[in-house]
Design a protein around this ligand. Structure first.
Ligand SMILES: NC(=O)c1ccc[n+]([C@@H]2O[C@H](COP(=O)([O-])OP(=O)(O)OC[C@H]3O[C@@H](n4cnc5c(N)ncnc54)[C@H](OP(=O)(O)O)[C@@H]3O)[C@@H](O)[C@H]2O)c1
Length: 222
């Protein structure tokens, strides 16, 4: 059975990614800062018949993330797919997430550390073994502010656009080495109106994993 590691796993898209990959026969490793949170998600997946386990790990801390991946491999073996999608919970728009006039090096650094640096840290944990095997999938998720500038979330969007740049260049660099990299950007507030359900959006992850043709998939409501 292959394994997916969901990094930044929470109750919205993280859980739905676990549901879809789990329903297709994947073992699911759930990584977030809080063991209790990922334990809850693992229990929900187990009720659906999915083999899942939570691992505490913080994408802003290299040692913490390395330790999480060591435990994932000890428990499940090699990681076949990684989905990177951490997000700090609202309400923090206007406080931590700000418009350009309120941007500081500090509040921008914080976003870069979770998103861009977290993405790099995650890739460092899985890419060498994927390249050695000649197989693997790396999925990155951002909000649509990564694609289209949105003033009121400027520091968040800038960090997301850096993830997008990283994902697309990594896609090109490793595409002919058996590793598929895709960026998924979500242009919706999830679970707020029909068609924006997390389970619907998570289908894009499965599409990216199975079709392996696009560097970027954008979720839009019609
Ligand atoms: N929700 C939306 O409406 C929406 C809209 C557009 C795009 N998106 C994008 O979709 C992706 C997933 O968002 P979601 O809302 O669905 O979230 P989610 O999967 O429900 O949860 C994300 C989880 O990330 C974890 N996290 C936060 N900081 C972390 C860190 N430093 N290290 C490790 N884990 C961390 C949090 O758990 P802990 O607190 O336990 O660490 C949180 O539960 C994100 O890229 C987001 O930008 C979401």
């Amino acid at each position: 059975m292959p394994t997916i590691a969901i990094v930044g796993a929470g109750p919205i898209l993280g859980l739905s990614a676990g549901k879809i990959f789990g329903s297709k026969g994947f073992k699911v490793a759930l990584v977030s800062r809080t063991q209790e949170n990922v334990d809850k998600l693992a229990a929900e997946l187990a009720e659906l018949g999915v083999e899942a386990k939570g691992f505490a790990g913080d994408v802003t801390d290299s040692a913490s993330l390395e330790s999480a991946f060591t435990r994932v491999r000890e428990h499940f073996g090699a990681v076949d797919v990684v989905s990177f999608a951490p997000v700090t919970k609202t309400p923090n728009v206007g406080v931590d997430i700000v418009g350009p006039e309120a941007m500081t090096v500090e509040n921008t650094q914080a976003q870069l550390d979770v998103q861009l640096h977290g993405a790099i840290r995650t890739v460092r944990q899985v890419l060498p073994e994927m390249l050695e095997r000649g197989s693997g999938t790396v999925l990155f998720t951002t909000a649509y502010a990564a694609v289209e500038p949105l003033a009121f979330v400027a520091n968040f969007g800038i960090a997301g656009s850096a993830v997008r740049y990283y994902a697309r260049t990594l896609h090109s660099a490793v595409a002919d080495k058996g590793v598929h990299v895709a960026h998924v950007s979500v242009n919706a507030y999830i679970n707020t109106e029909p068609g924006t359900e997390a389970d619907t959006i998570a289908q894009l992850y499965w599409e990216a994993y199975t079709k392996r043709d696009e560097a970027e998939l954008i979720f839009q409501t019609s």
